[in-house]
Design a protein around this ligand. Sequence first.
Ligand SMILES: NC(=O)c1ccc[n+]([C@@H]2O[C@H](COP(=O)([O-])OP(=O)(O)OC[C@H]3O[C@@H](n4cnc5c(N)ncnc54)[C@H](OP(=O)(O)O)[C@@H]3O)[C@@H](O)[C@H]2O)c1
Length: 319
Amino acid sequence: MITRRECLGSTAAIAATAALVPLGILPRPVDAQEARGTPILRSIPASGEALPVIGLGTNNYSPTSFEERITRRVVLERLPQLGGKVVDTAPAYRDSEVTLGAMMAELGNRERLFLATKVTAPGGSVDAGRAMIEESFRRLQTARIDLLQVHNLDGVDVLMPELQSLKRVGRVRYIGVTTSRAEQYPALLAAMRRHPLDFVQVDYSLANRGAAAQVLPLARQRRQAVLVNLPFGGRRDANLFARVRERALPDWAAQFGADSWAQFFLKYVIGHPAVTAVIPGMTRLVNLQDNIGAGFGALPDEAQRRRMEEHWDREVAPA
Ligand SMILES: NC(=O)c1ccc[n+]([C@@H]2O[C@H](COP(=O)([O-])OP(=O)(O)OC[C@H]3O[C@@H](n4cnc5c(N)ncnc54)[C@H](OP(=O)(O)O)[C@@H]3O)[C@@H](O)[C@H]2O)c1
């Protein structure tokens, strides 16, 4: 168990993380990102509110040791300092909401984050969904959720009046739906046409471009913001990084400022004009520092994005 005292205070936390540097869990503190300039912002169509394009996915925020907790806390602390804002969680992600709620209270940075969580209607029950929402407020230790999404479209029709009502009274600022599976795209497209959604969340990456066919164009047409999940193909061993482990980054990646494969993958995603923000899963500062760099400087244009796809299809995917 970690005592409250152990977890309080940024200085103590940073000092503790120093012990992890030799283990390769963390790099030495690097704050070069603060000198990069202004992060790339995209507007939420429904309101015009601007969001930085790089956010954080937290489906792996249920730490089981002091080291695991502290590395995640450092990511949550540094995210807004380095220019990120969106944090995506869900009741389904085990202790993620509880972890985030406690850490935001310790760090005092709730107001610097755009907090997105999710809800379902188990067995089609709106009451069960309502209870889940109240539990999210409690676990996240917040009076306002920035974005409430119907997770995997589970109960979207029955929950939508409840979500709209929470938005009307100001407890929730935006409403949306999520999926991460192509089989759900027909249902997603139907929900996007049927409901007044502010946001949709969908899987999209250089290796998984199905959302570009209909979902992303419809989001633009309906003026719905888009969060992208699984930009690296998920946490499994077969993610995109495993495919490029032995490969050098193409030298032309420098044309749009990608310094690493992670930035290559993320700049591809946020180079799509329908995308508002991407939420890579990150539990380590070294990865945050890498990924946040994709949200600064140039983005690939249409021709460069085609070149990235061709490179992936011809050089990487067949190997
Ligand atoms: N249906 C839904 O609503 C749905 C479904 C799936 C996901 N999501 C959301 O989307 C988020 C993202 O998905 P995901 O986390 O499963 O997959 P992901 O973002 O595609 O990949 C995350 C994995 O990439 C690693 N990584 C991150 N940055 C890296 C870098 N620069 N270099 C090397 N490795 C790097 C992470 O490692 P470390 O952890 O070690 O940093 C983690 O293992 C989730 O956390 C969740 O919030 C929503």
